[in-house]
Design a protein around this ligand. Structure first.
Ligand SMILES: [Zn+2]
Length: 126
């Protein structure tokens, strides 16, 4: 995929498909995990066929289990999470929406890129 020439919606659709290909055991394949001070996993980066893909939880206030029916019969949790390739065009926002039980957070795409590039495996938020 040519990130620079792929529209963001198409890019995210491909990223989602690539993460789903990893299967239910994908947490073991995370190259980077982002944790809050209470050790919740806020986001994770996976190596996929489309390159590094970030998956972040929507946190409280996002679509909860009560709304699950609205997502259709497959009900994959990924559909309520933010999924995108770690790489993006320079014209896009650096902010990645995320959250955990402690509340909503925003992550810096650049900081996650730097963490992956430096082979950091866990980023602890403060
Ligand atoms: Zn938390």
């Amino acid at each position: 995929m040519n990130i620079a020439e792929t529209p963001p919606t198409e890019r995210r659709r491909k990223a989602l498909a690539a993460v789903k290909e990893l299967g239910p055991q994908r947490t073991e394949q995370a190259v980077l995990k982002v944790r809050c001070p209470a050790s919740h996993t806020v986001a994770a980066v996976y190596k996929t066929t489309e390159g590094p893909v970030v998956v972040s939880a929507s946190g409280p206030g996002g679509r909860g289990s009560r709304d699950r029916e609205a997502t259709g019969h497959h009900g994959d949790k990924l559909d309520s999470e933010f999924v995108d390739t770690l790489e993006a065009t320079q014209f896009e926002d650096d902010v990645i929406p995320a959250g955990c039980a402690c509340g909503p957070r925003t992550l810096s795409r650049k900081k996650l890129q730097d963490a992956v590039a430096s082979h950091t495996h866990v980023v602890n938020l403060t």
